[in-house]
Design a binder for this molecule. Structure first.
Ligand code: SF4
Length: 333
């Protein structure tokens, strides 16, 4: 991209990109549909999860909740249960609330209106633009991780892309490259280029359809980001309490994992308590060690706790690390 303002250059860029996409773009289920609901579901799922993982969840979700109306009418427990395994459950809650708002305020059909889409829960600038462009073919700029990487390399951008200035430069570039109409093809192709050719560690420049427009001198070193925060270690101690073939579980009421089930928390494990299992999982910039201790049954349980028959545990929406711990312990007991 010698001059991002050059209309001719941009037209050539788009034509080369589109030709490549027609020949090499993947046939993904959300690219085959124009249903705004299905596209919105895919965009929520893809926010923090890779394509290959989303494929199975997407099909299962649409079979269970085929439209805004069905999702709006579902219980939160059902929604969380079907989402189970994808993680980042706030996405499921937001999608549920968004469906309720579409049903209540737009008669069950997503409007072809960027501002109305952006006003829905869990829909940020990227997701709104993606839905507008993929469902309604709007010429709206979008920037996800793949597009950010491609643009940063095309521009040979030295500014960290997670600074306000870096982000503004990327949005400017995305806007400049955009065609006047048919945003769907352009945005899909740019995203696909980042996923298949302009990959994070080993960009395949010799076979890149837009290499004539690329200014990157050391593409693998781009995009730049601000230095990362240090990882902080955290401990999470939990109780393993079985009585009459049932496991004691606690439903979460706080903002993190609200509505999901976990092993009951232990403020301080008894000194003699036997450690049954320890596993690590990441949470934002933390590394959490989940330790599970064999614990005697309490005299009474709290309002948020429930004895769950072991054969029925998998019907509950469990916090993913706790599900891993429970299944491992059940498999060895
Ligand atoms: S030439 Fe290389 S760095 Fe530039 S856009 Fe293509 S793959 Fe990415």
């Amino acid at each position: 991209m010698e001059n991002p303002k050059s209309k001719i250059e941009n037209r050539k860029f788009r034509a080369a990109l589109a030709r490549w996409f027609h020949a090499h773009g993947r046939d993904l289920p959300w690219r085959r549909t124009r249903d705004p609901y299905a596209i919105m579901v895919s965009e929520f799922m893809l926010q923090q999860t890779q394509v290959v993982t989303v494929l199975g969840f997407y099909a299962r979700w649409l079979a269970r909740f085929p439209d805004f109306q069905t999702l709006a009418a579902a219980s939160e427990a059902d929604v969380l249960h079907v989402w189970q395994g994808l993680g980042y459950y706030s996405r499921a809650r937001n999608l549920h609330r968004a469906a309720q708002q579409v049903f209540a305020h737009h008669g069950g059909a997503l409007p072809d209106d960027l501002a109305a889409i952006a006003a829905l829960p869990g829909v940020g600038r990227y997701t709104a633009g993606a839905i507008a462009s993929f469902a309604f073919d709007r010429a709206t700029p979008i920037i996800d991780a793949n597009i950010a990487r491609v643009l940063a390399r095309l521009l040979d951008l030295r500014e960290p892309i997670d600074t306000a200035r870096g982000a503004a430069l990327l949005w400017q570039a995305a806007e400049a490259l955009l065609p006047k109409r048919s945003g769907r093809l352009h945005n899909s192709a740019l995203m696909e280029l980042g996923a298949l050719v302009c990959t994070p560690r080993t960009p395949q420049c010799p076979r890149c359809p837009v290499r004539a427009h690329c200014a990157a001198k050391d593409p693998a070193a781009l995009p730049r980001k601000k230095p990362r925060r240090k990882t902080v270690a955290l401990a999470e101690d939990c109780a393993w309490i079985i009585r009459d073939g049932a496991l004691l579980l606690a439903q979460q009421t706080g903002p993190r994992w609200r509505g999901l089930w976990k092993l009951p928390a232990l403020a301080t494990p008894a000194r003699a308590a036997k450690l049954l299992l320890a596993l690590d999982y990441p949470f934002t910039h933390h590394r959490v060690t989940l330790s599970v201790f064999a614990t005697p049954p309490p005299r009474e349980t709290s309002a948020h706790q429930r004895w769950m028959p072991i054969g029925e545990i998998e019907t509950l929406a469990l916090a993913t690390p706790h599900k891993r711990a429970i299944l491992r312990l059940l498999a060895t007991s």
